[in-house]
Structure formats: C-alpha cells, structure tokens
Design a protein around this ligand. Structure first.
Ligand code: COA
Length: 273
C-alpha cells in the first residue's frame, strides 16, 4: 500500500504540495492496525491479487448493515493497467451485494475510470489547508469528550445521514482518535480529531450550526499545519468555517456514491467513510 500510494501521490502532486514521503514506522503501525480491524470485522470484503506468491493489488471494503464502503484500493505501479484493478473491484462489488455505497476517490485516471464504469457518481471534493489563525477562534460551549455510551445515538445519526451506522468502526476510532460530541436535544453531532495528523477525521451533525461548532472545536485543537478534507459541494458550511479560520481552499478527488444522496452536514473520513 505504501509503495502504491507514494507513487500515486508523486504523480498527482501539485506545485505547492510538499514532496510525498513514505509513512514512518508509527504511521505504518497505525495503518496495519486499521486494516487488521477491517479484516477481522468483515473479511469477506477484503481481497488481494497475487502473482507468483507476491501480493500485487488489494481492495479492502466492508459491509456495515445496509451500507458498503471501500476503505482502500490499489495495484502496484508496475502492474497497473492490466485488468487487475477491474477484477478486484468486481470482487468487492459482489460482496456489496447491491448495497448503497461510498468511498473517497483519488484523481488517478485509472481509478476514476474504474469507479464511473462501476456505476458510482463522482462528487468533487474540496479541502481546506493551512494553519488556523487562532485570533479567529470563537468561544465554544456545549461540547464534551465522547464515551462508549454515545455510540448508539451516533449510529442512529449516521443512519439518518448515510443510510447506516459506523458500528464497530466507532469503537475502533474511539480507541485511536479523540471523540468530541454535542449531545443536546436537536443539536446532536460528533467529530473525531486525529491527534497524530492534527486534523478533523470525521464529522456528522443533525444541523449546520452544530456541525460548525464541532468543526471550530476541531480546528481549535490543531497546533500545526491542518487539513479539512472530504468537503463536498453540499457542505459549503465547512468552507465558510475554514475560510473564517484563514485556511486556504482547494480541490482533492471525489466522494464516490452509489444509491445515496450526498451526506449533509457531514465530512466523511477518507478510510471509514
Ligand atoms: C486505481 C487502480 C487500483 C486500478 O487498478 P488497475 O489494475 O490499474 O486497473 P485496470 O487495469 O483494471 O483498469 C484501469 C482502467 O483505466 C485505464 N487506465 C490505466 N491506466 C491509465 C492511465 N494512466 N490513464 C488513463 N487510463 C488508464 C485502463 O485502460 C483500464 O480501462 P479499461 O479497462 O476500460 O481498458 C490502480 O491504477 C492504482 O493503484 N492507482 C493508484 C492508487 C489509487 O489511486 N488508488 C485508488 C484509491 S481511491
């Protein structure tokens, strides 16, 4: 995965992006732990392609109740364009068994071609990057750190926004990320903050004011260069918060959807969706 995505990042690098780097040992460990969680939760959605005993491609997808998502997908650079990706995609879509589905897509030409041919609608994503101007941070109230007994209503909120809850992924995120919730009646919502990468990782809310408050809280927690990604056009409220915090706006890939409208107000996680 590291080799495939390093090469894809190099090819897709823009003039003002930092030079892509391979993941360090700690990031690799987190990634292996994440894929291990998916493998043990829904192994039937995880496929690899083998050639002479070596793994040359992978497609890791999951069913969560009535929703399917693709967490990661790639073929080694020197094996691309030979139909391996197509077979992997066919395998994970068979596992989806017609469920509505979603994933965050790169702009790699072979990837976008595969996704559209597989029937997904590609919603362009924006992202906000930079260092938060701390003088813009508003006073925030009504939030607290999340706990395991929040996960039930969080799954109900997910279901109303994307057709299904994150289920066991919430438990995994609770152990690996910081969870902040708003649990007041009619103002429910949550945000996971990734302390390793200094950025919000997944945000869902009942309404826009709650989503805005949660995003401000996540931005207040950042110390360094941050990134708010997976912002689809339905979620311009996040663009407004990012601009107010003096982050810069640009574009990044697509949210690929099948059988569901654009989730709103919602910022998907690139890997847990
Ligand atoms: C996306 C990816 C997994 C597809 O795997 P693959 O083995 O290359 O896919 P396939 O060969 O089955 O199909 C790719 C399609 O795009 C075409 N294609 C391949 N490389 C291309 C390129 N550089 N430009 C345009 N089209 C290309 C192929 O002709 C094929 O179309 P066809 O089946 O209609 O002829 C692989 O290219 C990859 O790992 N890309 C980098 C990582 C990435 O972006 N992953 C997606 C994360 S969301």
């Amino acid at each position: 995965m590291a080799v495939t995505f390093l090469e894809a990042d190099r090819l897709g690098r823009r003039w003002d992006d930092p030079e892509p780097e391979p993941p360090d040992a700690a990031a690799s460990r987190r990634w292996i732990d994440f894929v291990g969680h998916l493998l043990s939760t829904d192994p039937g959605g995880c496929h690899v392609a083998e050639e002479s005993g070596d793994i040359v491609g992978f497609a890791i997808s999951q069913n969560r109740g009535r929703v399917w998502y693709l967490a990661t997908y790639g073929v080694l650079p020197d094996r691309q364009g030979r139909g391996i990706g197509r077979r992997l995609m066919d395998a994970v879509l068979a596992h989806a068994d017609g469920r509505p589905g979603l994933f965050s897509a790169t702009t790699h030409p072979a990837a976008t071609r595969r996704y559209r041919l597989a029937g997904f609608t590609l919603h362009p994503q924006m992202r906000m990057v930079g260092r938060v101007d701390r003088s813009t941070l508003p006073a925030i109230g009504g939030l607290r750190d999340g706990r395991p007994d929040d996960l039930e209503w969080m799954d109900r909120l997910d279901t109303s926004l994307r057709g299904g809850g994150h289920g066991p992924d919430h438990l995994h995120m609770l152990h690996t990320l910081r969870l902040v919730v708003s649990d007041a009646r009619d103002h429910r919502g949550y945000v996971y903050i990734d302390p390793h990468r200094d950025r919000p990782a997944l945000l869902a809310a009942e309404n826009v004011p709650t989503a805005e408050t949660l995003l401000w809280e996540a931005l207040a927690a950042t110390r360094d260069q941050t990134l708010v990604n997976c912002v689809t056009t339905a979620n311009h409220w996040a663009v407004d918060v990012g601009l107010a915090a003096r982050l810069d706006l640009d574009q990044e890939g697509y949210l690929a959807l099948r059988g569901m409208p654009e989730p709103f107000p919602y910022l998907a996680s690139g890997h847990y969706l």
